[in-house]
Design a protein around this ligand. Structure first.
Ligand SMILES: Nc1ncnc2c1ncn2[C@@H]1O[C@H](COP(=O)(O)OP(=O)(O)O)[C@@H](O)[C@H]1O
Ligand SMILES: [Mg+2]
Length: 420
């Protein structure tokens, strides 16, 4: 029997997640060929072949994918990352593999194109406008009102989320956003650059919807409750499944289907973010890829028994999905954030809490001794570790996560000679 091959385009930055994605392909009996900017050490034994290419260069990447397709019996092309959504759609179209249209992929990547395509949905979107400079932002806020949020149209990972609460905030946010939205600050800005979207500030409980769309059919696997930090909205805590009432689940699932259909997403995992409040579901964004933050790799499988990453491989290759839940456990994650800039030394308090059998995993994201900075200087270093907990009951999970907040903290030493 010939072993079929799946083409991966880059891996998630968090190594555990990247590893889980390659292991999922292997479990399903696929050889993985990786097209990407680099091959991390952990991936070497899991990747059949690595082709180095600058995946920001679409033509070079398409040419490399064609060469790979000439050598291997490719069953599909998969991405687990935000930045590769459009490239993967283009490769799939070029090679005749399951994928989505380029229009859908653009809507997946650009927060303005996304909302623009959903104007027909009643009462779901915040008021919004595209802006490129301070004058445009001021004019837009006249219409939208305060509080509002301004953010880059093409970023992810909470890079450059600015709350606008009073008129003065507009100048400061636009000044900082113009500095941030540069490829030198982060390559995510190579495509859409200094293009921003300003939105009415949505109130309510934050959630995400984890699912798949395959051959036009939308499947919701679960809903995650989420907490983000103030004021820069870094992800702080996730809990699966959401504790919202059944009526909310019903509305969330129905609106999710309308959103995915409106965007014409297909043959992909999706991670939809929204708020649930007095006015029902209000939409923030949806990504055409599996959730990060260990949600897809760990939380969903631990809580439901659905192997989320295996299904990412299935949806990419056109295999039937396997979405039956075999358990009902409450699983949550808490990020440990550095409270100030400096040199990260250690996570304190872990030995005391880790004796609890409900504490499943601890992930260090930053090595001891690394210098860390906080937003708005840096949006990726504040998070130094993540702790996962599980419990048969939601209240038990809350108690465990409460212990992590209360007893676990990052020790960060000041760096002499640096301003904090
Ligand atoms: N219109 C909004 N109202 C309230 N909060 C928002 C709004 N837009 C973004 N946020 C907050 O900022 C976070 C990140 O914004 P998002 O658009 O999801 O960008 P990213 O691509 O960085 O995840 C959201 O999860 C939410 O907490
Ligand atoms: Mg988001």
């Amino acid at each position: 029997m010939t072993v079929r091959t799946i083409l991966f385009v880059n891996l998630r930055r968090i190594q555990r997640e990247g590893r889980e994605s390659l292991l999922a392909a292997r479990r399903l009996g696929y050889k993985a060929v990786l097209l990407g900017r680099s091959l991390p050490e952990f991936a070497k034994p899991l990747v059949h072949e690595f082709r180095q290419v600058d995946t920001y260069d679409r033509e070079a990447s398409l040419a490399a994918a064609r060469e790979i397709a000439a050598e291997y019996d490719l069953a599909g092309v998969a991405n687990f990352t935000e930045i590769d959504v459009q490239l993967v759609a283009a490769i799939a179209a070029d090679l005749g593999l399951p994928g989505m249209s380029e229009t859908a992929a653009l809507r997946g990547r650009n927060k303005y194109a996304m909302k623009d395509a959903l104007r027909h949905l009643d009462g779901v979107l915040p008021r919004f406008a595209k802006v490129q400079d301070l004058a445009e932002l001021r004019a837009a806020v006249e219409e939208i009102g305060l509080p509002a949020v301004v953010k880059p149209t093409g970023a992810s990972g909470s890079k450059g989320i600015f709350e606008l609460r009073k008129p003065d905030d507009l100048d400061a946010a636009m000044e900082r956003l113009t500095q941030i939205a540069q490829p030198d600050f982060d390559p995510v800005f190579r495509q859409f650059g200094a293009e921003f979207i300003v939105e009415e500030f949505l109130e309510g409980d934050e959630l995400s919807v984890e699912g798949f769309v395959s051959g036009g059919e939308v499947h919701v696997v679960t809903i995650t409750d989420k907490v983000t930090s103030v004021p820069f909205h870094l992800e702080l805590e996730h809990k699966v499944p959401s504790a919202l009432p059944e009526t909310a689940w019903g509305e969330i699932k129905a609106t999710t289907k309308d959103i995915i259909a409106g965007l014409e997403f297909d043959n992909c995992a999706f991670h939809l973010e929204a708020k649930w409040g007095e006015r029902g579901l209000r939409f923030i964004e949806v990504a055409a890829r599996p959730a990060g933050d260990y949600i897809g790799s760990h939380l969903v499988p631990l809580a439901t028994g659905v192997d989320y990453f295996e299904n990412v491989v299935r949806v990419a290759t056109g295999e039937p999905l396997s979405l039956d839940h075999d358990r009902k456990l409450n699983v949550g994650l808490k990020f440990v954030l550095a409270e100030r800039a400096g040199r990260f030394e250690e996570i304190e308090g872990l030995p005391a809490v880790c004796g609890d059998p409900g504490l499943d995993h601890v992930f260090y994201e930053v090595a001891a001794g690394t210098e860390v900075a906080l937003p708005p200087q840096n949006f990726g270093q504040q998070r130094v570790a993540a702790v996962i907990a599980s419990h048969p009951e939601r209240s038990g999970l809350e108690a465990l996560l409460g212990r992590i907040s209360g007893e676990v903290r990052a020790r960060v030493a000041p760096v002499v000679g640096h301003a904090e």
